[in-house]
Design a protein. Structure first.
Length: 363
Protein backbone atom coordinates (compact mmCIF):
# COMPACT_ATOMS: atom_id res chain seq x y z
CA UNK A 1 0.00 0.00 0.00
CA UNK A 2 2.88 2.34 0.73
CA UNK A 3 4.40 1.65 -2.69
CA UNK A 4 1.04 2.18 -4.38
CA UNK A 5 0.37 5.47 -2.60
CA UNK A 6 3.89 6.73 -3.35
CA UNK A 7 3.65 5.86 -7.05
CA UNK A 8 0.07 7.04 -7.45
CA UNK A 9 0.49 10.47 -5.84
CA UNK A 10 4.23 11.05 -5.99
CA UNK A 11 4.91 10.41 -9.68
CA UNK A 12 3.83 12.25 -12.79
CA UNK A 13 2.80 10.30 -15.89
CA UNK A 14 6.37 10.15 -17.17
CA UNK A 15 7.56 8.86 -13.80
CA UNK A 16 4.94 6.11 -13.85
CA UNK A 17 6.04 5.04 -17.32
CA UNK A 18 9.67 4.94 -16.20
CA UNK A 19 8.75 2.92 -13.09
CA UNK A 20 6.84 0.31 -15.08
CA UNK A 21 9.69 -0.04 -17.56
CA UNK A 22 12.15 -0.35 -14.66
CA UNK A 23 10.03 -3.16 -13.20
CA UNK A 24 10.16 -4.96 -16.55
CA UNK A 25 13.94 -4.53 -16.89
CA UNK A 26 14.38 -5.74 -13.31
CA UNK A 27 12.45 -8.88 -14.24
CA UNK A 28 14.62 -9.26 -17.35
CA UNK A 29 17.76 -9.09 -15.20
CA UNK A 30 16.35 -11.77 -12.90
CA UNK A 31 15.57 -13.88 -15.98
CA UNK A 32 19.18 -13.62 -17.17
CA UNK A 33 20.35 -14.60 -13.68
CA UNK A 34 18.08 -17.63 -13.80
CA UNK A 35 19.45 -18.75 -17.16
CA UNK A 36 23.03 -18.31 -15.94
CA UNK A 37 22.30 -20.46 -12.89
CA UNK A 38 20.75 -23.14 -15.12
CA UNK A 39 23.73 -23.01 -17.47
CA UNK A 40 26.22 -23.38 -14.62
CA UNK A 41 24.18 -26.13 -12.95
CA UNK A 42 23.82 -24.15 -9.73
CA UNK A 43 22.36 -26.06 -6.79
CA UNK A 44 21.89 -22.97 -4.64
CA UNK A 45 20.17 -19.62 -5.15
CA UNK A 46 22.88 -17.08 -6.04
CA UNK A 47 25.27 -20.01 -5.46
CA UNK A 48 24.86 -19.41 -1.69
CA UNK A 49 21.47 -20.70 -0.48
CA UNK A 50 21.08 -24.45 -1.15
CA UNK A 51 17.69 -25.55 -2.45
CA UNK A 52 16.95 -29.29 -2.62
CA UNK A 53 14.36 -29.01 -5.38
CA UNK A 54 14.21 -27.23 -8.73
CA UNK A 55 14.41 -23.44 -8.53
CA UNK A 56 14.78 -20.54 -10.94
CA UNK A 57 16.53 -17.19 -10.49
CA UNK A 58 15.99 -15.89 -6.94
CA UNK A 59 12.74 -17.80 -6.40
CA UNK A 60 13.00 -21.01 -4.41
CA UNK A 61 9.43 -21.93 -5.36
CA UNK A 62 8.97 -22.44 -9.15
CA UNK A 63 5.32 -21.36 -9.12
CA UNK A 64 6.28 -18.02 -7.56
CA UNK A 65 8.83 -17.55 -10.33
CA UNK A 66 6.29 -18.60 -12.94
CA UNK A 67 3.65 -16.12 -11.79
CA UNK A 68 6.24 -13.33 -11.50
CA UNK A 69 7.67 -13.74 -15.00
CA UNK A 70 4.24 -14.31 -16.57
CA UNK A 71 3.05 -10.95 -15.26
CA UNK A 72 6.34 -9.30 -16.25
CA UNK A 73 5.96 -10.74 -19.77
CA UNK A 74 2.51 -9.16 -20.10
CA UNK A 75 3.67 -5.76 -18.85
CA UNK A 76 6.75 -5.81 -21.08
CA UNK A 77 4.67 -6.70 -24.12
CA UNK A 78 2.27 -3.84 -23.45
CA UNK A 79 5.11 -1.31 -23.16
CA UNK A 80 6.80 -2.64 -26.30
CA UNK A 81 3.65 -2.75 -28.42
CA UNK A 82 2.68 0.77 -27.39
CA UNK A 83 6.10 2.17 -28.23
CA UNK A 84 6.31 0.20 -31.46
CA UNK A 85 2.99 1.49 -32.76
CA UNK A 86 3.71 4.97 -31.42
CA UNK A 87 6.87 5.13 -33.53
CA UNK A 88 4.92 4.27 -36.67
CA UNK A 89 3.37 7.05 -38.68
CA UNK A 90 0.36 4.80 -39.22
CA UNK A 91 -0.69 5.12 -35.57
CA UNK A 92 0.72 8.46 -34.45
CA UNK A 93 -2.55 10.36 -34.86
CA UNK A 94 -4.42 7.78 -32.80
CA UNK A 95 -2.07 7.29 -29.87
CA UNK A 96 -0.99 10.93 -29.56
CA UNK A 97 2.41 10.45 -28.02
CA UNK A 98 2.98 12.52 -24.91
CA UNK A 99 6.66 12.78 -25.81
CA UNK A 100 8.51 13.01 -29.10
CA UNK A 101 7.90 9.86 -31.19
CA UNK A 102 10.69 7.38 -30.42
CA UNK A 103 13.15 6.08 -32.99
CA UNK A 104 12.91 2.51 -34.28
CA UNK A 105 15.59 1.33 -31.85
CA UNK A 106 13.99 3.07 -28.88
CA UNK A 107 10.56 1.79 -29.86
CA UNK A 108 11.69 -1.83 -29.80
CA UNK A 109 13.88 -1.78 -26.70
CA UNK A 110 11.12 -3.31 -24.57
CA UNK A 111 11.11 -6.32 -26.86
CA UNK A 112 14.19 -7.53 -24.95
CA UNK A 113 12.45 -7.93 -21.56
CA UNK A 114 9.37 -9.27 -23.36
CA UNK A 115 11.30 -12.18 -24.86
CA UNK A 116 13.41 -12.78 -21.74
CA UNK A 117 10.43 -12.82 -19.36
CA UNK A 118 8.45 -15.12 -21.64
CA UNK A 119 11.38 -17.55 -21.87
CA UNK A 120 11.94 -17.31 -18.11
CA UNK A 121 8.28 -18.09 -17.35
CA UNK A 122 8.57 -21.26 -19.44
CA UNK A 123 11.94 -22.14 -17.87
CA UNK A 124 10.43 -22.10 -14.38
CA UNK A 125 8.68 -25.36 -15.32
CA UNK A 126 5.56 -24.08 -13.60
CA UNK A 127 2.60 -25.69 -15.32
CA UNK A 128 0.38 -22.72 -14.55
CA UNK A 129 2.96 -20.32 -16.00
CA UNK A 130 3.39 -22.43 -19.14
CA UNK A 131 -0.37 -22.58 -19.68
CA UNK A 132 -1.03 -18.91 -18.89
CA UNK A 133 1.90 -17.70 -21.01
CA UNK A 134 0.57 -19.70 -23.95
CA UNK A 135 -2.90 -18.19 -23.46
CA UNK A 136 -1.48 -14.67 -23.11
CA UNK A 137 0.65 -15.12 -26.23
CA UNK A 138 -2.44 -16.07 -28.24
CA UNK A 139 -4.46 -13.19 -26.75
CA UNK A 140 -1.70 -10.67 -27.51
CA UNK A 141 -1.27 -12.07 -31.03
CA UNK A 142 -4.98 -11.67 -31.81
CA UNK A 143 -5.09 -8.25 -30.13
CA UNK A 144 -2.01 -7.06 -32.01
CA UNK A 145 -3.42 -8.10 -35.36
CA UNK A 146 -6.80 -6.51 -34.65
CA UNK A 147 -5.17 -3.33 -33.39
CA UNK A 148 -2.93 -2.91 -36.44
CA UNK A 149 -4.85 -4.60 -39.25
CA UNK A 150 -7.15 -1.73 -40.21
CA UNK A 151 -4.18 0.65 -40.44
CA UNK A 152 -1.91 -1.53 -42.53
CA UNK A 153 -1.65 -1.72 -46.29
CA UNK A 154 -2.01 -5.05 -48.06
CA UNK A 155 1.76 -5.42 -48.25
CA UNK A 156 2.19 -4.82 -44.53
CA UNK A 157 -0.56 -7.31 -43.75
CA UNK A 158 1.25 -9.99 -45.71
CA UNK A 159 4.50 -9.16 -43.90
CA UNK A 160 2.74 -9.25 -40.51
CA UNK A 161 1.16 -12.65 -41.16
CA UNK A 162 4.43 -14.03 -42.52
CA UNK A 163 6.27 -12.77 -39.44
CA UNK A 164 3.77 -14.43 -37.10
CA UNK A 165 4.02 -17.73 -38.96
CA UNK A 166 7.83 -17.50 -38.94
CA UNK A 167 7.99 -16.86 -35.20
CA UNK A 168 5.65 -19.77 -34.43
CA UNK A 169 7.69 -22.02 -36.73
CA UNK A 170 11.02 -21.04 -35.16
CA UNK A 171 9.72 -21.54 -31.61
CA UNK A 172 8.33 -24.95 -32.55
CA UNK A 173 11.57 -26.04 -34.22
CA UNK A 174 13.67 -24.86 -31.25
CA UNK A 175 11.40 -26.70 -28.84
CA UNK A 176 11.81 -30.03 -30.62
CA UNK A 177 15.47 -29.46 -31.53
CA UNK A 178 16.67 -28.88 -27.96
CA UNK A 179 14.36 -31.61 -26.65
CA UNK A 180 13.90 -30.25 -23.09
CA UNK A 181 12.74 -33.39 -21.31
CA UNK A 182 11.74 -31.63 -18.10
CA UNK A 183 9.61 -29.11 -20.02
CA UNK A 184 7.93 -31.82 -22.08
CA UNK A 185 7.20 -33.76 -18.91
CA UNK A 186 5.47 -30.75 -17.35
CA UNK A 187 3.50 -29.95 -20.51
CA UNK A 188 2.29 -33.53 -20.75
CA UNK A 189 0.63 -33.19 -17.33
CA UNK A 190 -1.40 -30.12 -18.35
CA UNK A 191 -4.87 -31.53 -18.93
CA UNK A 192 -8.40 -30.33 -18.31
CA UNK A 193 -8.71 -32.83 -15.47
CA UNK A 194 -5.49 -31.70 -13.78
CA UNK A 195 -6.39 -28.01 -14.07
CA UNK A 196 -9.90 -28.64 -12.73
CA UNK A 197 -8.55 -30.71 -9.85
CA UNK A 198 -6.04 -28.01 -8.91
CA UNK A 199 -8.59 -25.18 -9.00
CA UNK A 200 -11.31 -27.05 -7.11
CA UNK A 201 -8.90 -28.61 -4.62
CA UNK A 202 -10.28 -32.09 -5.28
CA UNK A 203 -8.11 -34.90 -4.00
CA UNK A 204 -6.68 -32.74 -1.18
CA UNK A 205 -8.01 -31.71 2.20
CA UNK A 206 -6.85 -28.07 2.03
CA UNK A 207 -9.94 -26.58 0.38
CA UNK A 208 -12.28 -28.37 2.79
CA UNK A 209 -10.24 -27.40 5.84
CA UNK A 210 -10.00 -23.74 4.76
CA UNK A 211 -13.77 -23.58 4.24
CA UNK A 212 -14.42 -25.13 7.65
CA UNK A 213 -12.04 -22.69 9.36
CA UNK A 214 -13.77 -19.80 7.61
CA UNK A 215 -17.20 -21.13 8.64
CA UNK A 216 -16.04 -21.20 12.26
CA UNK A 217 -14.33 -17.78 12.13
CA UNK A 218 -16.18 -15.92 9.35
CA UNK A 219 -15.67 -12.28 10.36
CA UNK A 220 -11.96 -11.84 11.14
CA UNK A 221 -10.57 -15.30 10.44
CA UNK A 222 -7.81 -16.89 12.51
CA UNK A 223 -5.12 -14.32 11.75
CA UNK A 224 -2.22 -14.14 9.34
CA UNK A 225 -0.51 -17.51 8.88
CA UNK A 226 -3.19 -19.04 11.08
CA UNK A 227 -4.07 -21.80 8.61
CA UNK A 228 -1.11 -24.09 9.39
CA UNK A 229 -1.68 -23.50 13.12
CA UNK A 230 -5.33 -24.64 12.94
CA UNK A 231 -4.81 -27.31 10.28
CA UNK A 232 -4.30 -30.29 12.60
CA UNK A 233 -7.56 -29.57 14.40
CA UNK A 234 -9.56 -30.05 11.20
CA UNK A 235 -7.92 -32.96 9.34
CA UNK A 236 -9.34 -36.41 9.87
CA UNK A 237 -7.22 -39.38 11.07
CA UNK A 238 -7.64 -41.01 7.66
CA UNK A 239 -6.17 -38.06 5.77
CA UNK A 240 -2.43 -38.18 5.13
CA UNK A 241 -0.75 -34.84 5.77
CA UNK A 242 1.01 -33.27 2.77
CA UNK A 243 4.73 -33.20 3.58
CA UNK A 244 5.79 -30.62 0.94
CA UNK A 245 3.78 -27.41 0.57
CA UNK A 246 1.22 -28.62 3.07
CA UNK A 247 1.08 -25.43 5.12
CA UNK A 248 -0.78 -23.50 2.41
CA UNK A 249 -4.19 -23.98 0.85
CA UNK A 250 -2.86 -23.30 -2.67
CA UNK A 251 -5.89 -21.12 -3.24
CA UNK A 252 -5.24 -17.55 -2.17
CA UNK A 253 -8.90 -16.59 -1.85
CA UNK A 254 -9.73 -19.50 0.46
CA UNK A 255 -6.62 -18.98 2.57
CA UNK A 256 -7.24 -15.23 2.92
CA UNK A 257 -10.85 -15.91 3.92
CA UNK A 258 -9.72 -18.44 6.52
CA UNK A 259 -6.99 -16.18 7.93
CA UNK A 260 -8.44 -12.67 7.49
CA UNK A 261 -12.14 -13.41 7.29
CA UNK A 262 -14.73 -11.43 5.39
CA UNK A 263 -13.47 -8.13 6.81
CA UNK A 264 -9.81 -8.58 5.91
CA UNK A 265 -10.41 -10.21 2.54
CA UNK A 266 -13.10 -7.64 1.75
CA UNK A 267 -10.63 -4.82 2.37
CA UNK A 268 -8.06 -6.52 0.11
CA UNK A 269 -10.57 -6.90 -2.70
CA UNK A 270 -11.85 -3.35 -2.24
CA UNK A 271 -8.28 -2.03 -2.47
CA UNK A 272 -7.66 -3.89 -5.73
CA UNK A 273 -11.06 -2.99 -7.20
CA UNK A 274 -10.43 0.68 -6.42
CA UNK A 275 -7.19 0.62 -8.41
CA UNK A 276 -8.80 -1.27 -11.28
CA UNK A 277 -11.82 1.03 -11.31
CA UNK A 278 -9.65 4.14 -11.27
CA UNK A 279 -7.68 2.96 -14.29
CA UNK A 280 -10.83 1.92 -16.15
CA UNK A 281 -12.48 5.27 -15.39
CA UNK A 282 -9.50 7.21 -16.77
CA UNK A 283 -9.55 5.16 -19.97
CA UNK A 284 -13.30 5.60 -20.46
CA UNK A 285 -13.12 9.32 -19.68
CA UNK A 286 -10.38 9.78 -22.28
CA UNK A 287 -12.31 7.81 -24.90
CA UNK A 288 -15.51 9.78 -24.29
CA UNK A 289 -13.70 13.11 -24.43
CA UNK A 290 -11.84 12.10 -27.60
CA UNK A 291 -15.05 11.02 -29.32
CA UNK A 292 -16.84 14.21 -28.25
CA UNK A 293 -13.96 16.29 -29.57
CA UNK A 294 -14.07 14.47 -32.90
CA UNK A 295 -17.82 15.04 -33.23
CA UNK A 296 -17.44 18.73 -32.41
CA UNK A 297 -15.01 19.04 -35.30
CA UNK A 298 -17.31 16.99 -37.54
CA UNK A 299 -14.77 14.17 -37.73
CA UNK A 300 -15.37 10.47 -37.55
CA UNK A 301 -15.36 9.53 -33.83
CA UNK A 302 -12.58 7.16 -32.86
CA UNK A 303 -13.20 3.65 -31.60
CA UNK A 304 -12.38 3.14 -27.91
CA UNK A 305 -10.62 -0.11 -28.81
CA UNK A 306 -8.01 1.81 -30.79
CA UNK A 307 -7.86 4.75 -28.39
CA UNK A 308 -6.98 2.54 -25.42
CA UNK A 309 -3.24 2.14 -24.91
CA UNK A 310 -1.86 -1.40 -25.36
CA UNK A 311 -0.25 -1.02 -21.93
CA UNK A 312 -3.67 -0.81 -20.32
CA UNK A 313 -4.84 -3.92 -22.20
CA UNK A 314 -1.66 -5.77 -21.22
CA UNK A 315 -2.12 -4.80 -17.55
CA UNK A 316 -5.67 -6.13 -17.58
CA UNK A 317 -4.60 -9.36 -19.26
CA UNK A 318 -1.52 -9.91 -17.07
CA UNK A 319 -3.22 -9.19 -13.77
CA UNK A 320 -6.16 -11.41 -14.75
CA UNK A 321 -3.70 -14.22 -15.45
CA UNK A 322 -2.27 -13.83 -11.94
CA UNK A 323 -5.77 -13.98 -10.45
CA UNK A 324 -6.47 -17.17 -12.40
CA UNK A 325 -3.17 -18.59 -11.12
CA UNK A 326 -4.17 -17.73 -7.54
CA UNK A 327 -7.17 -20.08 -7.69
CA UNK A 328 -4.79 -23.02 -7.88
CA UNK A 329 -1.73 -21.69 -6.07
CA UNK A 330 -0.50 -18.84 -3.89
CA UNK A 331 1.09 -16.06 -6.00
CA UNK A 332 -0.36 -13.29 -3.84
CA UNK A 333 1.59 -14.56 -0.84
CA UNK A 334 4.79 -13.43 -2.57
CA UNK A 335 5.59 -9.73 -1.90
CA UNK A 336 7.50 -9.50 -5.20
CA UNK A 337 4.42 -10.54 -7.18
CA UNK A 338 1.96 -8.59 -5.05
CA UNK A 339 3.78 -5.25 -5.31
CA UNK A 340 4.27 -5.63 -9.09
CA UNK A 341 0.61 -6.61 -9.53
CA UNK A 342 -0.64 -3.54 -7.66
CA UNK A 343 1.86 -1.10 -9.17
CA UNK A 344 0.85 -2.25 -12.66
CA UNK A 345 -2.58 -0.62 -12.20
CA UNK A 346 -1.04 2.61 -10.94
CA UNK A 347 1.66 2.85 -13.61
CA UNK A 348 -0.78 2.13 -16.44
CA UNK A 349 -2.19 5.62 -15.88
CA UNK A 350 1.09 6.96 -17.23
CA UNK A 351 0.01 5.85 -20.70
CA UNK A 352 -3.48 7.40 -20.52
CA UNK A 353 -3.31 10.90 -22.08
CA UNK A 354 -4.77 13.83 -20.21
CA UNK A 355 -8.46 14.18 -21.02
CA UNK A 356 -8.91 17.03 -23.54
CA UNK A 357 -10.94 20.00 -22.33
CA UNK A 358 -13.67 20.20 -24.95
CA UNK A 359 -14.92 23.65 -23.94
CA UNK A 360 -11.44 25.13 -23.98
CA UNK A 361 -10.79 23.55 -27.34
CA UNK A 362 -13.94 25.07 -28.81
CA UNK A 363 -12.92 28.54 -27.63
Amino acid sequence: MIAVLAARHGLLKRGKRILLEAICWNAAALAVLGFIQLWTGAKAILWMTPVPDYFFSTFGYPNFAGAFFTLAFALSFGAWFHQMTEASELFSENLQAMLEPPTKVEANRMLVPTVLCFAAAIATLSRAAILLCAVLAVVFLVYGLLFTWWRMTTGLRVIALASVIAVVFVVTVLFFAFNPKELKAEISTITVESVTERVTGAGQYHARVAKEIWNDYPVYGVGGWGYPAYLLAYVTPEEKLQSIGGINVHNDSLQFLAEQGVVGYGLMVAFAVTLFGSMAWQVLAYCRAKRALAKSRKLKPGNCFYLTSPVTVAVWAGTTATVCHSFGDLPFRSPAILVMWLLAFVCAAGWVPVVPNLKATKK
